[in-house]
Ligand binder design. Structure first.
Ligand SMILES: Cc1cc2nc3c(=O)[nH]c(=O)nc-3n(C[C@H](O)[C@H](O)[C@H](O)COP(=O)(O)O)c2cc1C
Length: 264
């Protein structure tokens, strides 16, 4: 059968006294027929429901992080986003480097262009300022052995500093736009600034669209995208409200191949 057809049936969990449980539903999966051939007929799964912040998250980082602009849902939904280092030139000519992760990539313009959407760029940071000045940036993708050096750019964030060199990385000049790039990163995408939009008017972060002009890509990556040299993903401080731990952490994750499909 073509396409992905998922037939589901929602049943509230019945308690033994006949009342309904309030925090979860079971989903009876009757059939899954997709291009992957995945089937789980008849299996029952329970789902927790979260619409308001669970009491168990009170006093945790998941609540406190609202002060830094993060909604509690982000922490329990745990959706990974690709991680990369954005490099630009500051107005004094020094290279800037910004870790970035809330982002997506897409083709548009009837297949005439490839675009990066940086979903949440801080209007108070160097990246925002330098993108406005130069209209150019490079997105540098790091393998896990470079993760620590790239994270160092956050400490080396002074205006006067070459944030790439001071973090133990090497500056290279981009070929097609006015921006520096990081030699050690396995992929560098040269981009031009296109537009920006606030997700909600008046926000302190903004969504920015960059057009990918071209890329520099190591052969190792193309040969082993799903191995140690692939794109890293950021999982931001996952919290399980049913089992809140005193402390959590952020994770860098890699892709694992689980299914394969031909053209669909
Ligand atoms: C994994 C990771 C992802 C990040 N993603 C973003 C992001 O998407 N948007 C953002 O504004 N800051 C993000 N940050 C924070 C910035 O990297 C950090 O504030 C940086 O110092 C800003 O640098 P700048 O002033 O040179 O732009 C992220 C930090 C980390 C560690």
């Amino acid at each position: 059968m073509a396409g992905n057809l998922l037939h589901v049936e929602n049943n509230r969990i019945g308690k033994s006294d006949g009342r309904l449980a309030d925090k979860s539903t079971t989903v009876k999966i009757l059939a899954v027929d997709s291009y992957t051939g995945f089937r789980t007929e008849g299996r029952k799964k329970m789902k927790y429901q979260y619409k308001e912040m669970p009491e168990s998250m009170r006093g945790t980082y998941g609540e406190f992080a609202k002060n830094f602009g993060f909604d509690w849902k982000e922490f329990i939904m745990g959706i990974p986003t690709p991680m990369f280092l954005v490099t630009t030139y500051k107005s004094n000519g020094q290279p800037n480097a910004t870790m970035q992760s809330w982002a997506g990539f897409t083709s548009a313009n009837h297949g005439g262009g490839y675009y990066a959407i940086l979903c949440s760029v801080n209007k108070g940071g160097h990246l925002y300022q330098s993108l406005h000045e130069k209209k150019a940036a490079v997105l540098n993708f790091m393998s896990s052995d470079l993760y620590k050096a790239c994270m160092k750019t956050i400490q080396n964030n002074q205006f006067e500093t070459d944030e790439i060199t001071s973090s133990g990385l090497t500056v290279e000049k981009a070929s097609w736009v006015e921006a520096p790039m990081v030699a050690e990163c396995f992929m560098n995408l040269e981009c031009r600034y296109l537009w920006e939009k606030e997700i909600v008017p008046g926000d302190d972060h903004v969504m920015i669209c960059l057009e990918v002009a071209g890329g520099h890509i190591e052969k190792d990556y193309m040969e082993d995208m799903f191995g140690g040299k692939g794109v890293l993903y950021n999982v931001h401080y996952p919290i399980d409200p049913e089992d809140v731990k005193e402390k959590g952490c952020d994770y860098a994750a890699a892709l694992r191949k689980v299914n394969q499909s031909c053209e669909y």
